[in-house]
Design a protein around this ligand. Structure first.
Ligand SMILES: [Zn+2]
Length: 408
């Protein structure tokens, strides 16, 4: 056994995983589509990730694309990936639809020794008091293999704003450039609840992969793109890079985006009550026409299925890339899952798995598929047509009373 293999073999065992569909009648997908979603979820969530270290997650998306030559694959200079289901190739004046999810999650970069202590910087929004005592597993970004484990002994904010952690119980081999993730299960289903070290945002990214498969299966006539961005957790850095690169306009022309997220649950958006049509985030409100399109899609699903659990809320517990898209002139709306233990902040200031409701997640995919199938929808918004119809019924009363009010 080589020295490095011995070091890795001596690491504490990683937490186990359980990727299996819950047994329940509440599913909004067929059993086959549920399995498809679970398969993509397992492959993506087993990939460790951190801001600027999305290599393993990108590799999963790249191998997905390589196995599906019909998809058009584009990569910008910053490593963001676009996969487009091309449709039937006919050109249309209508704007194209894209879904966007990010491949990173708050995590560590190993920084070596200082004053006899090993250190790692932390990237992403997690309060320092939660980090102390948290277990970390470090990975090699090239091989994606685990190479060390440690525990956070101390955490402090540096004057330049970075969070720096002092590590204890270090085991394994320190390598240049290795990155760390909380040492939690990649995914575990229990009842209808799904827990994992990263729900935000690998679950929605897995839904995007499933969506591309379902569009291909249906030979969907219009193009639909899935965007996979990097480094969202440090200020939409990957997404802003993509917008600044101009690739979206060059490749897709006029494009509208539905940002996909896991967002902290609210009193108005609870875990288990369906996917959330996100009308805005902590900073901005989203494109009204896209919000309306999503509401129409949810209503269509409810009609088809005799009910479809869905929520509609301002998810202001965080902000998301839809804000960046809108600021750069790309109209964007949002869909999300109500998330528990946001950014791994568990009870009593401990680090814990994020969690969602599996059937909310299936509902998210069903809603994405319906929104894509119905895109771009009627030229006149259905709500305006409904208000016009109401006007036709009521205007005589309005006109008669208008005459009277004019006389007084
Ligand atoms: Zn996110």
């Amino acid at each position: 056994m080589t020295k490095s293999k011995r070091a890795t073999a001596s690491l504490p065992e990683a937490p186990g995983a359980r990727f299996r569909l819950p047994r329940s009648e509440s599913s909004v997908l067929t059993a086959d589509d549920g399995e498809l979603l679970m398969g993509h979820t397992e492959r993506l969530l087993c990939a460790p990730t951190a801001p600027y270290a999305e290599d393993a997650a990108l590799a999963v998306v790249e191998s997905f694309a390589a196995a599906r030559p019909t998809l058009v694959r584009r990569r910008d200079p910053h490593g963001n990936l676009l996969l487009t289901w091309p449709g039937n190739g006919r050109t249309s004046k209508a704007p194209q639809l894209a879904f966007s999810a990010h491949l990173d999650h708050p995590g560590f970069h190993y920084r070596g020794m200082r004053d006899g202590r090993r250190r790692a910087s932390f990237h992403g929004g997690v309060p320092l008091e939660y980090m102390v005592g948290g277990d970390v597993r470090f990975f090699d970004p090239k091989t994606h293999a685990a190479c060390a484990t440690a525990r956070v002994r101390r955490a402090e904010k540096r004057p330049d704003g970075t969070a720096m952690c002092e590590l204890s119980r270090f085991r394994g081999r320190a390598r240049r450039g290795m990155f760390g993730a909380w040492d939690l299960t990649p995914g575990r289903i229990s009842g209808r609840r799904f827990r994992g070290r990263v729900c935000d945002d690998l679950l929605p990214a897995a839904a995007s992969l499933a969506l591309l498969d379902l569009l291909a299966e249906r030979r969907h006539p219009r193009p639909v793109t899935a965007i996979f961005t990097r480094a969202e957790e440090t200020g939409f850095v990957g997404c802003v890079g993509l917008l600044r690169s101009g690739l979206l306009g060059r490749a897709l022309g006029d494009v509208h985006v539905i940002g996909l997220e896991c967002s902290p649950r609210r009193t108005t958006a609870k875990v288990g009550l369906g996917p959330v049509i996100r009308v805005g985030d902590g900073r901005t409100v989203f494109d009204p026409a896209i919000c309306a399109h999503l509401q129409t899609a949810a209503a269509t699903l409810a009609k088809k299925r005799g009910g479809f659990p869905v929520q509609r809320a301002l998810m202001d517990g965080g902000s998301c890339e839809s804000t960046a898209y809108n600021l750069w002139g790309v109209p964007a709306g949002g869909l999300c899952l109500a998330l528990g233990n946001y950014h791994n902040t568990g009870p009593q200031q401990t680090i814990a798995e994020e969690f969602v409701d599996w059937f909310d997640f299936e509902g998210l995919l069903a809603l994405m598929l319906e929104a894509a199938s119905a895109w771009p929808g009627p030229r006149q918004p259905p709500l305006r047509a409904a208000l016009n119809e109401r006007w036709q019924k009521e205007y005589k009363l309005l006109a008669a009373s208008a005459r009277r009010t004019a006389q007084t």
